[in-house]
Design a protein around this ligand. Structure first.
Ligand code: NAP
Length: 291
């Protein structure tokens, strides 16, 4: 019996049980994927669930906001990947050790290549909007394939510390620069941009009229838009990309890919993404966005 679950808060609208259960069924593996809502201040609750993995009562566990960083000191080892991102979204046991991994960066990159395969053949210039947890994962993925990455945040110190943390102790191929998320700064660089990634929650349900991209500033000619938001499926930013005839995608593919990569770690088997996609397509339109 494969016993899995998700720690986070809040979790009431999580898509993860549906995604993982459909894959387990398609793989003919008996198992369950439960939800463990742990309040942000409940450190004991967090430890209790992590201990269930240590004792083998849980095969593995996913971690989402607000525990992705807090869980790290409770583990025995953190993968290089998770350490660079500064967050763990997958916990598994190896012998007696508890290991923390992060599948968000690889999940993003796999999905990016699926949607915009032409971008993978050349060195690209990217603007990442936001400097939070998911922006860190996105930048860690993009340093492997991009030439220039601009991290645009409303608080310049946050963008600066993301850039410093991402590059501390290792060299990347890309030049990563922090910039202010405002019209003047973005206008200066739009001439040479191939990809814009929205890693802010701006435009997410219920604030569907908001856009992280300055209203009135056209998107760069010929660029692609990747919005990590998947509810609504077409954010205001995506609608702008459609209006300008640009390539675009939302974050549902990343959600599925990061889940599939976690399940591959726990089962050691290839995971059928199509089962996950068809399960998510049967879901009603979502009213909140959680992992
Ligand atoms: P986070 O850690 O809270 O970071 C959010 C970032 O957005 C911060 O830099 C924040 O700036 C910025 N921001 C928030 N409101 C803003 C505003 N009004 N104007 C400009 N910037 C603003 O959140 P996260 O975990 O990175 O998640 C960000 C989004 O990605 C969410 O919508 C989440 O659901 C989505 N996501 C999707 C997937 C997927 O699999 N598709 C995975 C992870 C996340 P401040 O620090 O100044 O507040």
């Amino acid at each position: 019996m494969i016993n899995l679950g998700l720690i986070g808060w809040p979790l009431s609208h999580s898509k993860s049980p549906v995604i993982h259960s459909s894959a387990l069924k398609a793989m003919d593996l008996p198992g369950r994927y439960g939800l463990y809502p742990i309040h942000p201040s409940d450190q004991e609750g967090l430890l209790r669930v992590v201990d269930e993995v240590r004792r083998g009562n849980l095969t593995g566990i996913n971690v989402t906001i607000p525990h992705k960083q807090k869980v790290m000191p409770l583990l025995d080892e953190i993968s290089t990947n998770a350490r660079s991102i500064g967050a763990v979204n997958t916990i598994f046991r190896q012998g007696k050790k508890l290991i923390g991994e992060n599948t968000d960066a690889t999940g993003f990159l796999c999905d990016l290549n699926t949607h915009f395969s032409d971008l993978s053949n050349r060195s690209i210039n990217v603007i990442v909007l936001g400097a939070g947890g998911s922006a860190r994962a996105v930048v860690c993925a993009l340093v492997k394939v991009a030439s220039k990455i601009f991290v645009a945040a409303r608080r310049p110190d946050k963008a600066k510390s993301l850039v410093e943390d991402t590059f501390s102790g290792r060299s990347g191929l890309a030049i990563v620069s922090p910039i202010l998320l405002d019209e003047i700064s973005l206008k200066d660089i739009t001439g040479s941009i191939d990809l814009i990634v929205n890693a802010t929650p701006v435009g997410m349900h219920p604030n569907v009229d908001a856009s992280p991209w300055p209203v009135g500033l056209p998107l760069p000619v010929g660029c692609c838009v990747y919005d990590l938001i998947y509810n609504p499926p077409e954010t205001r930013l995506i609608k702008l990309a459609i209006k300008q005839g640009l390539g675009h995608t939302n974050g549902i593919g990343m959600l599925i890919e990061q889940a599939a990569l976690s399940l591959e770690i726990w089962t050691g088997m290839p995971v059928p993404r199509d089962a996950m996609w068809s399960a998510i397509r049967q879901q009603p339109i979502i009213t909140d966005q959680e992992a």
